[in-house]
Each structure stands twice: as C-alpha cells, then as structure tokens.
Design a protein around this ligand. Structure first.
Ligand SMILES: NC(=O)c1ccc[n+]([C@@H]2O[C@H](COP(=O)([O-])OP(=O)(O)OC[C@H]3O[C@@H](n4cnc5c(N)ncnc54)[C@H](O)[C@@H]3O)[C@@H](O)[C@H]2O)c1
Length: 251
C-alpha cells in the first residue's frame, strides 16, 4: 500500500481523522497538501508530517466557498505539478436536536460544508486527475450516511448525500482511470466526538455499548482504510461506501 511519488490533498487535515490520514500517507511515501479552515490545526499537522521526515504544506481553505476550493486545488498543482489523491474529509456535525428543532441557519451550514464542500472539491479535483490520466478520491461519509441517526437529522442527510455524490461521480469517471469511494466510520475518538461527549457525558458508555466491539474507533483505524482505498491494492474498488464501524451497521 505504498504511495511513493504520489501527491495527496486532505481537507479537514488539521484534526482527527484527516490528521491521522496525513501522517499515515506521509509514512507511505506521499507528499501532502493539508487544507483546513483552521490554520493552527493545519500547521500543526504539517509539522507532525515534517517530524516524521515527510513533506507537506498548508493551504487555508473553507471548503464551502467555491473560489477558495478552486485556489486550493490550483495551489497543489502549482506546488507539486499534479494531484493524484484527494481525501475530502472536512466536515461539521451541528448540534444534536430533533428534526423539528433544527434551525434554517444550521441546516444551511451543515449542508454547505458537508455536501457542497465535497461536491466543490470533486468539481475542481477531477479535471486535474483527468488531465493526468487517473487518480483516486475518498469522500468522508459516516454510518450516519447508511442508517438513520437520532437527533442528527441534517448531519445524517448530508452524509447520505455524500454517498450519492460519490456513486454518481464514480460512474462518470471510471473510464478516465479515476476511482471514487466513500468512507463510513462509526463513532471515532476525535475532537468532533469529544465536543459531543463534553456536552452529553452520559453518551460515552452508551456509545460503546451499542457497538458490537464495545468501544469507539480510533482515527488511525479510519486512516488505514482510506490508505487502502487510495492505494493500488484497491485497484478494482470504485463507487463503494466502506463502513469502518466495528460491525455497527451489521446489527
Ligand atoms: N469522529 C467521528 O466519529 C466521525 C464519524 C463518521 C464520520 N466522521 C466524519 O469524518 C470527517 C472528519 O471528522 P473528525 O472526527 O476528524 O472531526 P474534527 O472536528 O476532529 O476535524 C474536522 C476538521 O475539519 C475542519 N473543517 C471544518 N469545517 C471546515 C471547512 N468549512 N473547511 C475546511 N475545513 C473545515 C476542522 O477545522 C477540523 O480540522 C468529518 O467529515 C466527519 O463528519 C467523523
């Protein structure tokens, strides 16, 4: 599963799953572009990659803004000359509330980052990969994109939409040598989840109990699956939504 000589772009690379994937990719030979709305987190990831002997640069990007996404992709190509791999991972969760209590502002924000952001990323990444004659993209969905999630209706809708975008794009570009897949983690120990647990500590044990493996996932366990999907080892895997969930959605 080596990525020697490959150029990889990771959005939301300043924290959690994106950061773990950046470090793993670098350890497997890729050169990295780390995009994030948060410069402190993004720079920290760049330093972590450098400490391991890898190469990365940071590009501040809000993935919900078309001009910023276009600039992000252009910067990668200007810096490294190509784009082989993209992990469109940036996402937000919103506050846990039932369907009737979601505000219009929250609906629009979650959709703008999680759905429009993934679409914009692919819109500007795919032409670069077509020009190269191939590439691979992984989009961050969730188990919330496979089954219903209580009190996170818009997050769930956004992650279902990511799978829809992924499958359509995978069909459209299969003959151009581009593989496009989605990853569907269950609850993974990251800042996103720590925020939720800080507000609702009673959910920590409950979350472990409802998983067949009776624990949370770790960011590196998702990163390993993303690495596989992006590597030649997964050369015939296209348009899939891969659960990394300890068996949660098999129940
Ligand atoms: N942690 C989980 O349990 C879990 C489970 C399933 C899916 N996911 C998905 O995995 C992805 C990563 O989640 P995480 O748990 O690592 O979260 P995280 O909050 O630790 O990291 C998300 C990163 O995305 C960045 N980001 C947020 N909005 C952005 C924007 N508009 N533009 C660019 N960057 C932005 C944040 O600054 C942060 O660095 C998300 O899409 C999330 O929905 C997470």
């Amino acid at each position: 599963m080596q990525l020697d000589g490959k150029i990889a772009l990771i959005t939301g690379g300043g924290s959690g799953i994106g950061r773990a994937t950046a470090v793993l990719f670098a350890n497997h030979g890729a050169k990295l572009a780390i995009a994030d709305i948060n410069p402190a987190g993004g720079q920290e990831t760049v330093e972590m990659v450098a400490e391991q002997g890898g190469e990365a640069f940071f590009v501040q990007t809000d993935v919900s803004q078309a001009t910023q996404v276009e600039n992000m992709v252009n910067e990668v190509v200007e810096r490294y000359g190509r784009l082989d791999i993209a992990f469109n991972n940036a996402g937000i969760e919103g506050h846990p509330v039932r369907t009737v209590d979601v505000s219009e502002t929250d609906f629009d924000q979650i959709m703008a980052v999680n759905v429009k952001g993934v679409w914009l990323c692919m819109k500007y990444q795919i032409p670069q990969m077509v020009a190269l004659g191939g590439g691979t993209i992984v989009n961050a969905s969730s188990v919330a994109g496979l089954v219903g999630t209580h009190s996170m209706p818009v997050y769930g809708a956004s992650k279902h939409a990511v799978i829809g975008l992924t499958k359509s794009a995978a069909l459209e570009y299969a003959r151009k040598g581009i593989r496009i897949n989605a990853i569907c983690p269950s609850v993974i120990r990251t800042k996103m989840v720590e925020r939720g647990f800080a507000e609702f500590p009673q959910f920590v044990e409950a979350t472990k109990r409802i998983n067949p493996m009776r624990r949370l996932g770790e960011p590196h366990e998702v990163a390993e699956a993303v690495l596989w999907l992006c590597s030649d080892a997964a050369s015939f895997v296209n348009g899939t939504a891969l659960a990394v969930d300890g068996g949660f959605t098999s129940q």
